[in-house]
Design a protein around this ligand. Structure first.
Ligand SMILES: Nc1ncnc2c1ncn2[C@@H]1O[C@H](COP(=O)(O)OP(=O)(O)OP(=O)(O)O)[C@@H](O)[C@H]1O
Length: 236
């Protein structure tokens, strides 16, 4: 399978501290890769480096064959941050039409994205009047407009009810099945089993890299949370 991301010796300094330490990993097309680890371990920093908005990145970081941050990558990457990044005073459709024009995406991409995130019945509602979960789905829809090859989603399911979480994971799986590389961060280990591959992180390092089954087998335990704890003990 194609490597969409290749990192070697990746380091990031924030403030005066190194927060990512010498990371080597890859991310493949057609898979959902989970970036899992406790709060503050460096997930957002890693995602920011991937999409090219993080300063003080050293080592090698290649995305879709170009150095991370290259201008040519912009339309090929969708990035959804933890805070919804859409206009409160516009409707769902107005927001998406605006972003489609900015991205040079076809007009038809707007209704497709609205359907994908299951907001058809809210398409004419002003974003301010939507629930938090609905608002984050508008951000996700905006990220889908240009049919990105790499989709980077920072904790997209936080605060969502189980039904919606299930639906969104279905969407991530569909996007991967259509060939995209989907990276999803979470600090909730119970989302691990939904991923094809996991990068388990702690304190700026990658503790383990593999499918959920491989990681559990390696640690000789039945669930990812136990595997995480066993791996932490091993590295002490
Ligand atoms: N602007 C900054 N200046 C200095 N240090 C920072 C800055 N932003 C983040 N950090 C530090 O970098 C480390 C990694 O932060 P990051 O936001 O990447 O973690 P995270 O795993 O995404 O956490 P969360 O799950 O809480 O969002 C943390 O120790 C944090 O305190």
């Amino acid at each position: 399978m194609n490597n969409v991301v290749e990192a070697s010796g990746l380091r990031v300094v924030r403030g005066k501290r190194e927060v990512l330490h010498d990371l080597d990993f890859s991310v493949r097309a057609g898979e959902v890769t989970g970036l899992l680890g406790p709060s503050g371990c460096g997930k957002t920093t890693l995602m920011r480096a991937l999409v090219g908005v993080q300063a003080k990145v050293t080592g090698s970081l290649t995305v879709l064959g170009s150095p991370a941050g290259s201008a040519s990558l912009r339309p090929r990457i969708g990035y959804v941050t933890q805070a919804a990044s859409v206009y409160d005073d516009l409707t769902v459709t107005e927001n998406l039409r605006f972003f489609a024009r900015v991205l040079g995406a076809p007009a038809a991409s707007v209704s497709e994205a609205v359907e994908t995130v299951d907001l058809v019945s809210h398409r004419d509602q002003v974003v301010r009047d939507l629930s938090g979960g609905q608002r984050s789905r508008v951000s996700l829809a905006a990220a889908l407009l240009a049919s990105p090859d790499l989709l980077v989603l920072d904790e997209p399911t936080v605060g969502l009810d189980p039904v919606l979480r299930e639906q969104l994971w279905g969407t991530f799986r569909d996007l991967a099945a259509a060939g995209a590389a989907v990276i999803v961060s979470s600090h909730v280990m119970d989302e691990a089993e939904r991923c094809d591959r996991l990068l388990l992180m702690r304190e700026g390092a990658i503790l383990a890299d593999g499918s959920p089954t491989e990681i559990k087998q390696k640690a000789d335990v039945d669930d990812i949370e136990q595997a995480f704890l066993a791996l932490v003990r091993e590295t002490r």
